[in-house]
Design a protein around this ligand. Structure first.
Ligand code: CP3
Length: 347
């Protein structure tokens, strides 16, 4: 099988024959085979076994026919190397043993040591680099999103303690952003050196901020991350997460290639807000997958019709897949995006 480079081509805004597609959380519980593996091992246990983690990464490539793989890992994994004790708890998410609230807590965070603490993840990447016929997207959690777990101690709806530190103790906040920014830069560089072909910075929860707060408290660190990684010749994705439409006009200076959109802005409107520079990725509401197939296709068509208006579009969801999603519908959707976009591009 020939190497499928469509994702890379679209990332750099080159003309493609058909649109590339991949799904956030494409390695996951909607797949019975994955659920079987999860009966034996936790997420963190899978990540510690490079052969198995590589196998899990490849499941959706074989089953769905997507155009990119995303490393099976979690945004919390590198945080262990900073000295943070956490677990990923079933039906909750990341839970931190000792949430980070004080200057002393932040001072205790050590610099990331990839060789010592994350060699298993680098090994998984090397295996995948050898096995895959599609690009491997590696990733890191963005500083705000990681900070929200570290400070709240668990998933939050309000981000009350996170905002309390941000507004009340800005020096602490920026010290934490600096440390997490350093973590992202070092971790991503290692991932690409070990065979990652693109990377995504997941800022899943930063849409909780007003645009002016995002600009002041978060954007400088995001800008620094992409500046310091700008020598890497791979597609760089920033995903500002859910409800991020109002943040898009602030991203002009970020040296990313692709911005991930959620479904609350259309592809056309997202491009207008972002300007010419970026390719865009998105943005089907994952819960549209609960609809009948004809309805799903209508939504996909609308996204594709907008996406192909200019080069630089990657079909994805606006957020991660949920466990109840149907694997059959996902396969049909993937085929539909390929077939419909090929016809539409040719026309
Ligand atoms: O397929 C892929 O996308 C690759 C693997 C991946 C996971 N997490 C595995 C995982 C990726 C890219 C992530 C990123 C991640 N992790 C994000 C950013 C993306 C997003 O959804 O916004 C966030 C916020 C996390 C933190 C996290 N990890 C949460 C909130 C949860 C619980 C949510 C849930 O559905 O239970 C996790 C656990 C997690 N990470 C699961 C998976 C497949 C589900 C539980 C499991 O299978 O063990």
């Amino acid at each position: 099988m020939a190497y499928n480079n469509t994702f890379i081509e679209a990332s750099f805004k080159r003309q493609v024959d058909r649109l590339p597609v991949w799904y956030m959380r494409q390695a996951g519980r909607y797949d019975p085979e994955y659920r079987k593996i999860k009966e034996k091992y936790t997420l963190l246990e899978i990540c510690k076994q490079p052969e198995l983690a590589a196998e899990v990464t490849m499941l959706p490539i074989r089953k769905l026919g997507v155009d990119a793989a995303i490393l099976y890992s979690d945004i919390m994994n590198p945080v262990a190397s900073l000295g943070v004790d956490f677990d990923i708890v079933k039906d909750i998410g990341p839970v931190i043993a000792n949430p980070i609230r004080s200057a002393a807590d932040i001072e205790r965070l050590t610099p990331i040591d990839v060789d010592k603490d994350l060699s298993h993840i680098m090994e998984t990447i090397r295996i995948l680099d050898h096995e895959l016929q599609v690009p491997l997207i590696t990733f890191a959690g963005a500083p705000f999103t990681i900070a929200s777990y570290l400070i709240e101690g668990r998933p939050s709806k309000s981000y009350i303690r996170t905002k309390e530190m941000m507004y009340g103790e800005p020096a602490l906040w920026f010290a934490l952003m600096d440390k997490l920014g350093d973590m992202v830069i070092t971790y991503v560089r290692h991932q690409i050196e070990n065979g990652g072909k693109a990377f995504q910075v997941f800022d899943s929860w930063v849409g909780a901020l007003a645009p002016q707060d995002f600009k002041y408290y978060v954007l400088p660190t995001i800008t620094r991350i992409f500046d310091e990684l700008s020598d890497l010749k791979v597609p760089k994705i920033y995903f500002p997460g859910v409800s991020s439409g109002e943040l898009l006009p602030t991203l002009h200076e970020v040296k990313a290639d692709i911005i991930g959109l959620d479904w609350r802005v259309s592809i056309t409107e997202g491009r207008l807000r972002l300007g010419e520079k970026f390719a865009v990725q998105g943005n089907l509401d994952p819960y549209v997958l609960t609809a009948p197939m004809d309805t799903i296709k209508e939504y996909a068509k609308d996204i594709i019709d907008q996406g192909i208006q200019s080069p630089g579009f990657i079909f994805n969801l606006g957020h991660g897949l949920f466990p109840e999603a149907s694997i059959e519908k996902l396969k049909e959707l993937t085929d539909f995006v390929h077939e419909y976009s090929e016809q539409a591009i040719r026309a």
